[in-house]
Design a binder for this molecule. Structure first.
Ligand code: NZQ
Ligand code: ZN
Length: 388
């Protein structure tokens, strides 16, 4: 295990009705806020009204920025920064999924940054200061509610890049599983795939001596396998929604990769898919992950895959490592396709090979140094090809 610093500062209020704590938490840290939301789901499912009631009760005036896109765009971040500056707002409240929260982080950090907010992602800057960020989560997926990462898209340049920094953790997040009841099956499935992918990216690392983190990762994966299909079948199943929500937060809040180098290989490849084709993040991950696994399977890595197979998929630990590894990968593929109902190929999304070399170059440039298995541009093209 390498040295690390443990500091996850987000205050989480988890459970049904916890929105009642929102107003007091904001009032302690901000006086006027920008309320950021997406295409309108929060207006339909009551989340906006519940948050607005809190703001009114605590006498906190607000301005609104609706219309944050899935795969949030830098133009919306710029608009949010403008509103905060012009209206003297000193906090940002995100109501929605990862896209809305990431946009809020871009606004919060962009507020203090002197230049164009795109620089934060495009030049991979680490912001030193941000307005306080508050979130009311409506979708279990990205973990943005408890991490310090923001992923922003720039459609003009076909780029999707992230930035992060200690100031980008939300100050307070409200995690009420009932707010995810209205999430469509397709997004529940994509979110579950995203949670699993975060966990797998952390799990498959060259360093394997963090027993606590590895065991927690396996538990998160088993929990997704158990509750993802349940939430799809019964959208109002509290137990399923609650477990997915807490899984999402812990899959990427920093705990699983403390003391481990992690390269986020599949995420880097997926971000290029989203950048070029605006695909749903979790869908891209579900297509690429089993093919990445097949590609990196070798005599060196098969033991790790075999452990994964036994711990997550209940495969017989006595199976020969190679056989167990291959079975585990097939289980992963089948789960995404058959149990979650997600596409298995890029062709199903209408994506062909024309940009693969460019996408692979960009993905490679975003860093594969700390990876489980090093990948060249050619390797990445091969994985895209296998995914067609
Ligand atoms: O826009 P609205 O109307 O709110 O609808 C959204 C959107 O269409 C809808 N939705 C969300 N909650 C709902 C709901 N519909 C009904 N009921 C609800 N309760 O779902 C759609 C997708 O929402 P979005 O926020 O885009 O999904 P997600 O949470 O998966 O976020 C995806 C974005 O996060 C980035 C992704 O790349 C992508 O841009 N990521 C952020 C990370 C982070 N900050 O740490 C890490 C991830 O790996 C990821 O890259
Ligand atoms: Zn992700």
């Amino acid at each position: 295990m390498k040295n690390f610093t443990y500091a996850i500062p987000t205050v989480v209020h988890f459970g049904e009705g916890q929105i009642k704590k929102l107003g007091g938490e904001i009032a302690a840290r901000a006086s006027r806020v920008l309320v950021v939301y997406g295409g309108g789901s929060v207006k339909r499912n009551g989340v906006f009204d519940a948050a607005a009631a809190q703001l009114k009760e605590h006498g906190i005036p607000w301005a609104e920025l609706p219309g944050v896109e899935p795969n949030p765009r830098v133009a919306t971040v710029r608009e949010g920064v403008r509103l905060c500056r012009e209206q003297g707002l000193d906090g940002v409240l995100a109501l929605g999924g990862g896209s809305v929260i990431d946009c809020a982080k871009g606004i919060a950090a962009g507020f203090y940054y002197g230049g164009d907010p795109w620089d934060l992602s495009g030049k991979k800057l680490t912001p030193e200061r941000a307005l306080p960020i508050f979130t009311v989560l409506t979708m279990a997926a990205t973990g943005s509610e408890m991490d310090n990462i923001a992923v922003i898209s720039n459609p003009e340049t076909n780029e999707k890049e992230s930035f992060s920094g200690p100031c980008c953790y939300p100050a307070v997040s409200i995690l009420d599983p009932t707010y995810t009841y209205s999430l469509p099956a397709s997004q529940t499935a994509a979110g579950t795939a995203d949670i699993m992918s975060h966990t797998l990216e952390n799990y498959f690392s060259p360093i394997e001596d963090n027993y606590l983190a590895d065991s927690l990762a396996e538990a998160i994966l088993r929990s997704c396998v158990k509750y993802g299909p349940k939430a799809i079948e019964t959208p109002g199943d509290y137990e399923a929604r609650a477990n997915l929500m807490w899984n999402a937060a812990w899959a990427i809040n920093g705990f699983l990769d403390m003391g481990k180098p992690v390269a986020w290989s599949v995420h880097r490849m997926e971000h290029e898919l989203s950048a070029f084709y605006d695909v749903t993040h979790g869908v891209g991950l579900a297509i690429l992950t089993p093919n990445w696994m097949r590609y990196v399977l070798s005599e060196t890595t098969q033991g790790r895959f075999a452990r994964y197979g036994a711990a997550v998929w209940g495969l017989d630990p006595a199976l020969p490592a190679r056989k167990a590894a291959e079975a585990a990968i097939q289980k992963t593929r089948d789960f995404f396709s058959a149990s979650l109902g997600l596409p298995a190929t890029l062709s199903e999304l209408g994506i062909g090979p024309e940009y693969f070399p460019e996408m692979a170059r960009k993905a490679r440039n975003s860093g594969f140094d700390r990876t489980f298995v090093p990948l060249s541009v050619e390797d990445i093209v091969n994985i895209y090809q296998m995914s067609l």
